[in-house]
Design a protein around this ligand. Structure first.
Ligand code: CP3
Length: 338
């Protein structure tokens, strides 16, 4: 067999692969000492705007762990800042928005994203493609609901109370906000696709806060607008946390690959979204356990993932900062030889 198509793309299409491709959400970041060194004294959003740093940080986990895919080092709020929204990423907290969005006037003040204002992303992708060889490059963006949650709450939130208050109490404002965010997200992803990424992942990290009925009514049309209007024959991965009940609806939004958190076994997920490739889903906390436990759980995930037409091995959410990087390296070896 002499198939030179990148492993991740073959698994995403449900084609035969010698082993599951593997990468980790948040593989670049605080679990790596070389990341902490490089970022010392440089703000998170500033580092996202510097193509040389984006390229180097994106490559760090590829060199170290030999993962099958790189994910562009950036953040879901980067396009919001580029569209003129005053926000920052506070270490240990997450995105914080200076003036939360609550009214139609607030929504109308949000500008569209001009692709040229994120030209640093296209430049970083150009640098990366020259380095990556047969390692796939994944671009990404935040989905309208998850972005709206940060904008309406003003920062991270446990129960998304203000977000839901707006959604239920002023649906016209809600839909106007999500439509605007869908436009920003689509432009941000199109810049990445046009620059040459191999796949994209749309993160709707907090969509699991919604019932299926509310997801279908308030969120799905906007995520679908992003995924359907994106031009280019590349796989679309769609992921959220706590989305067991939403998997079919998220697949309908236009996912080729459905990301699954650790709560739903992949064979159960496979039955919920027939015909779709899956990505996931080792509990990130398992990586803090002894190797025997990691190995046992990883083999279970692989066996359950084999029930799907295609399986991309990943965690059920991002790498925790306290993870021993050597455990990740060893896990990649295991997936490659299992
Ligand atoms: O390696 C990768 O996965 C690529 C980089 C990446 C980052 N953010 C870098 C980052 C990706 C894919 C994201 C997406 C992102 N950002 C999401 C969706 C993914 C998910 O985890 O559900 C969300 C919800 C955000 C918003 C955000 N930005 C949070 C919650 C945080 C963490 C806050 C903290 O400090 O604990 C950030 C900051 C952030 N984004 C960091 C990194 C490496 C940490 C900042 C630092 O290193 O100083």
């Amino acid at each position: 067999m002499n198939d030179t198509t990148k492993l991740l793309l073959r698994a995403a299409r449900g084609e035969a692969v010698p082993h599951a491709p593997v990468w980790f959400m948040r593989q670049a970041g605080r679990s790596l000492p070389e990341y902490r060194d490089l970022r010392a004294g440089i703000g998170m959003l500033e580092s996202c705007r510097r193509p040389d740093l984006v390229c180097e940080i994106t490559l760090q986990p590829v060199r170290r762990h030999k993962v099958d895919a790189a994910i562009l080092f950036s953040d879901i709020v980067v396009p919001l800042q580029a569209a003129g929204i005053d926000l920052d990423i506070v270490a240990g907290t997450g995105p914080v928005v200076a003036e939360p969005v609550r009214t139609m006037a607030d929504v109308e003040a949000i500008r569209d994203l001009d692709g040229e204002s994120v030209g640093f992303i296209a430049e970083a992708i150009r640098l990366l493609l020259a380095e990556l060889g047969d390692t796939a490059l994944i671009g990404f963006a935040g989905a309208p609901f998850t972005l709206a949650s940060y904008l309406v709450e003003g920062g991270p939130s446990k129960h998304h109370t203000k977000t839901k208050t707006l959604m239920y109490g002023a649906p016209d404002v809600w839909h106007a906000l999500c439509a605007r965010l869908a436009g920003i997200t689509r432009t941000f992803l199109q810049v990445q696709v046009d620059a040459g990424v191999d796949a994209v992942q749309l993160f709707d990290s907090w969509a699991g806060a919604l019932s299926e009925a509310d997801y279908r009514r308030y969120v799905l049309p906007h995520s679908r607008a992003v995924l359907h209007e994106l031009r280019g024959p590349i796989p679309r991965i769609h992921f959220g946390v706590g989305t067991a009940e939403l998997l079919p609806a998220m697949a309908e939004a236009g996912a080729d690959v459905v990301g699954v958190d650790w709560r739903t076994p992949l064979d159960v997920a496979a039955a919920r979204v027939p015909g779709k490739a899956l990505q996931g889903n080792l509990d990130p906390c398992v990586l803090l356990a002894p190797w025997e436990v990691i190995e046992q759980e990883a083999r279970r995930v692989l066996a359950e993932g084999a029930k799907a037409p295609g399986h991309i091995f990943n965690l059920g959410h991002g790498v925790l900062p306290e993870t021993d990087p050597d455990a990740l390296t060893r896990l990649v070896e295991l997936v490659h030889t299992a």
